[in-house]
Ligand binder design. Structure first.
Ligand code: HEM
Length: 491
């Protein structure tokens, strides 16, 4: 496979000195000889450029076409453009970015020597810190801030400690979820599952990460997941396309940031719940990681609500859809593997013996990265390379990667638009070096000194357990990202 041997030679983490030379495909000339090109594209007239790009992004084109059309126009995956939000009520937000839309240029976002990540989780726009009790939580901290190492260390510690109960809670929640879906399908012929799924995710994550049982508070048990939905939506609305009637979406959802007081009542209830029921984990945050009580609680809520609940709520429906809508015979292969491999009880170790199950999880993350946009700001001047050119980046410039396109880089992935369930099996495991959903390669390790998702492995193993669970429980599943229309129970 020509592509495979080429990508094997690519490094995805260029260093500051070697940003050009170390990330060169073997079949290209030495990257120091890549032509230095002026970054194509422009930001347009003040106000008019950003507003025109914003309308293209949200209304006339949508994010994917927005970036694709500009790649075609500039014949480059690296170019200047504006991204929303912008005008009229985002006066302090600079919409100017340099895009990085192929695997090689995108990988610069992970190199903390050359980029910094202060307050750029969703771009130059940052939702008010009032959403998180005036605490700048881990995801907004740069690695140069001592607080980042403390909070990231705390997040990694929570995951390590929760591993003892993670599986038990996950399997218990899956039993509840699929029991509900079974009942509804047999009574009504189909089941819409988004709300039961979100309840399941909320319950198991709260128990596993915080060590707190939502059942202890009737309000949290009933509405905790919906409180997080509202809290997430208000923070992210200015940056996401919903697809409701235009121009209403532009006027009401993308023109200003929503105030936090609209969800402060909900947030206070979640805060009180964590403070009362999560005592043990709170104590560790303070004694082992030197965090104040406030920092600990708000970071816990952010990890639970934004990172974990938000991430799984987007990812799992796409995974269920990839499997339940398949008509190519994939389910037969998954069923055989899930039943023959991994021993009688499902664990993180047992799913490691199921290469196809894991590959389906990776392929879903490749084609549907749950966090589509990633940003980082140049810490210093450096040379950024794509597959065919090099570009001078100035300190302070904001880099923007739209991952759904990056993950379709034809220099790395054969038939990049196709869902190939076994893409990441056998020799294809090499491609894990280029699977970037976690803000780093799937072969990398999240640490206190980088910004990779703390739960990189936990997420993929949890999803693999879900897939294996489904094919031990059912012979076949039919449905979409929102509903299940037929289930055949295993005998
Ligand atoms: C499907 C689920 C998840 C997805 C898709 C996801 C995705 C991500 C992404 C893309 C980032 C980097 C954001 C950026 O800087 O651009 C991130 C960071 C992070 N994630 Fe996850 N995540 C998920 C689940 C979790 C879970 C379960 C935890 C629980 C501990 C977690 C903890 C974190 C933390 C603490 C960070 C910040 C890392 C840092 O600042 O160094 N994530 N996640």
């Amino acid at each position: 496979m020509a592509t495979m041997s080429m990508i094997k030679m690519m490094s995805v983490t260029p260093s500051s000195q070697q940003s050009v030379s170390s990330s060169t495909p073997s079949s290209s000339p030495p990257s120091t000889s890549l032509p230095i090109r002026t970054i194509p594209g422009s930001y347009g007239w003040p106000l008019l450029g950003p507003i025109s790009d914003r309308l293209d992004y949200f209304w006339f084109q949508g994010p994917e076409t927005f970036f694709r059309k500009r790649i075609d126009k500039h014949k480059s995956t690296v170019f200047r453009t504006n991204v929303p939000p912008s005008f009229p009520f985002f006066s302090g937000v600079n919409p100017n970015v340099v895009t990085v839309l192929d695997c090689k240029s995108f990988a610069h976002l992970f190199n903390m020597e050359i980029v910094e990540k202060t307050d750029v989780l969703v771009g130059d726009f940052m939702p008010s810190v009032k959403f998180t009790g005036n605490v700048r939580t881990c995801a907004y901290l740069d690695t140069s801030e001592p607080q980042h190492a403390k909070v990231k260390g705390f997040a990694l510690d929570i995951l390590k400690r929760s591993s003892k109960v993670w599986l038990t809670e996950l399997l218990a929640s899956l039993d509840t979820l699929w029991g509900t879906i079974d009942k509804e399908v047999s009574e009504n012929g189909s089941a819409t599952y988004l709300i039961p799924l979100q309840k399941c995710i909320f319950t198991f994550l709260t128990k596993a990460l915080i060590g707190a049982d939502p059942a202890k508070s009737p309000t949290i048990a009933k509405s905790g997941y919906a409180m997080l939905d509202r809290w997430l939506a208000l923070q992210l609305l200015p940056t996401i396309k919903i697809g409701v009637l235009q121009p209403l979406e532009e006027i009401f959802l993308h023109s200003f940031s929503y105030p936090s007081f609209l969800v402060s009542g909900d947030y206070k209830q979640l805060y009180d719940f964590v403070k009362t029921e999560g005592r043990e984990v709170l104590k560790r945050g303070q004694t082992e990681f030197g965090l104040s009580q406030e920092e600990t609680i708000h970071n816990l809520l952010f990890v639970l609500g934004f990172n974990a609940y938000g991430g799984f709520s987007i990812f799992l429906p796409t995974l269920i859809n990839a499997i339940a809508s398949d008509t190519t015979g994939l389910q037969d292969k998954l069923r055989v593997e899930a039943r023959q491999n991994g021993g009688p009880t499902l664990t993180f170790d047992s799913v490691k013996e199921m290469p196809l199950v894991q590959s389906v999880v990776y392929e879903t993350l490749r084609l549907n990265p749950p966090v589509p946009l990633q940003y980082a700001r140049a810490r210093k001047d450096f040379t950024l390379s794509s597959h065919d050119s090099a570009y001078d980046i100035k300190k302070g410039e904001l880099l923007c990667g739209y991952q759904p396109l990056v993950m379709q880089d034809p220099n790395v992935f054969e038939e990049p638009k196709s869902f190939k369930p076994d893409r990441f099996t056998g020799e294809g495991k090499e491609l894990l070096n280029y699977l970037f959903w976690s803000n780093g390669p799937q072969t990398g390790s999240p640490t206190e000194s980088n910004k990779q998702c703390a739960a990189k492995d936990t997420v993929t193993l949890t999803a693999s357990v879900l897939v294996a669970y489904l094919f031990r429980r059912y012979d076949s599943i039919t449905g979409t990202a929102t509903s299940i229309t037929a289930l055949k129970r295993a005998d």
